[in-house]
Design a binder for this molecule. Structure first.
Ligand code: PMP
Length: 420
């Protein structure tokens, strides 16, 4: 019998769970991942995933960038590179960040495999089991997953339609410290937040920076959507105001191509070496091929115009979604009106459980992500995230109409149950 078939017959080794490290218990599939398999069926309108829409990216142009790179510089592009990232790309990253008011030195930039890897590295450097990480309520599911794996205790801080509330942050710090717990950093997404789409105004940015500086809490500013403002440019990055206490994360996933997997961290100089060492131990170095593709693209192509094309594409979809919500959602629902990014956040009447509603939505051929995915503490049961980035405006309309029908039916069913 071949080794492969023996393995299939015997299954997993005994007591596997006991053999794992304690932190493996935190390695659970996210609710979004489980949804993706269903949501990617062609008959389903997926308002679930946050996949960038690459239909606006001219593929012939990308092919020629890659072709030229390999023909002129293939031996470097296909070789290992620097652990900190390609020097030329790090300079160009500083030019990109200048668009959001950041003045940075390429020496303080560490290129990562998407900003997701930067989140992992920062967590590895800072979090001991039980340490507190403050995050917005709700927050990015991928960050929550990473913090969970490092056994952090996640404390959510309230938001409103203008993002994180400074007074709520003061309260959360006070209560957490009064309970004798250590706060390691505040993680937030100031621009077109995932999952709510809201924008943190400039005055709140300053106030939050002041609080965190005084309280000696690092700010991790995650900014993948900052250049995707549809109606006006976003305010300056928080890092533009504070170079000592902010760890800034950037990404080319939404402005060029997520498949190249290039992001970065801009860190205070005192943290740079730790970050590079941590990164080298996990990946040796980020892909030279991806970095040089992006570097040549930035050097030779009209990348600002390309970002404007992406914004145009997403704005049409945002408008389609907001219009469809007005037309098809019940009067008791409310939602955010994002000025950029990928997402709308919906509040339903509290008796509606959006997780239990997923199978009914799938039958109606529409997928979304239930709100609980974006909280570490089980909240969000009557909320949901809709993403408008990928489907066509017509499909968005169709999907929102179908979901509106499912929600209205559920509200009716509950009120007739109450009457009976
Ligand atoms: N942060 C946020 C808020 C995100 O939405 C995402 C991707 N959806 C990431 C980080 C990770 O992006 P990437 O690794 O592709 O740069």
């Amino acid at each position: 019998m071949s080794e492969i078939s023996t393995r299939h017959q015997t299954g997993a080794p005994q007591n596997l769970e006991q053999r794992f490290a304690a932190r493996a218990a935190g390695m659970q599939p996210s609710e979004i991942r489980a949804l993706f398999a269903v949501a990617s069926r062609p008959e389903i309108v997926s308002l679930a995933g946050g996949m960038p829409n690459l239909s606006a990216l001219p593929m012939k142009m990308m092919a020629s960038v890659v072709n030229d790179l390999i023909l002129t510089n293939g031996t470097e592009a296909l070789q290992y590179g620097s652990g900190q990232g390609h020097p030329k790309l790090r300079e160009q990253i500083c030019e990109v960040m200048a668009l959001e008011g950041i003045r940075a030195h390429p020496e303080d930039v560490v290129v990562t495999t998407g900003s997701q890897q930067a989140l992992d590295l920062i967590s590895r450097i800072f979090i001991d089991p039980g340490d507190v990480v403050l995050v917005e309520a709700p927050s990015y599911v991928g960050a929550l997953g990473t913090f969970h794996q490092y056994q952090a205790s996640v404390v959510h801080v309230s938001m409103d339609n203008d993002g994180l509330i400074p007074d709520a942050l003061r309260d959360a710090i006070k209560t957490t410290r009064a309970a004798g717990r250590k706060i390691k950093f505040l993680y937030l997404i100031p621009n077109y937040q995932n999952p709510t789409g809201v924008l943190l105004p400039a005055d709140r940015r300053t106030e939050i920076l002041d609080i965190c500086r005084k309280e000696e809490i690092f700010v991790v500013e995650d900014n993948p959507y900052g250049l995707l403002g549809f109606d006006r440019p976003s305010p300056n990055a928080m890092r533009a105001e504070d170079s000592e206490n902010v760890i800034y994360l950037g990404s080319f996933s939404k402005t060029i191509a997520s498949g190249l997997r290039v992001g970065w961290a801009l860190v205070p100089p005192s943290l740079k070496d730790k970050l590079v060492i941590a990164s080298e131990s996990s990946i040796l170095c980020p892909s030279n091929f991806s970095q040089m593709t992006i570097s040549n693209y930035l050097a030779d192509q009209p990348w600002r115009d390309q970002i404007a094309s992406f914004c145009e594409l997403y704005k049409v979809r945002r408008d389609a979604m907001l219009q469809a919500l007005e037309e098809h959602f019940p009067a008791s629902a409310t939602w955010t009106k994002p000025g950029g990014g990928f997402y709308v956040w919906v509040n339903l009447p509290p008796e509606i459980d959006t997780k239990l509603l997923v199978p009914k939505a799938i039958v109606a051929k529409v997928a979304y992500v239930p709100g609980t995915a974006f909280y570490a503490d089980g909240l969000g049961s009557w909320q949901l995230r809709l993403s408008f980035c990928h489907p066509t405006p017509e499909r968005i309309h169709q999907g929102v109409a179908a979901l509106g029908g499912v929600i209205k039916q559920e509200i009716e069913r509950r009120s007739s149950n109450k009457l009976n």
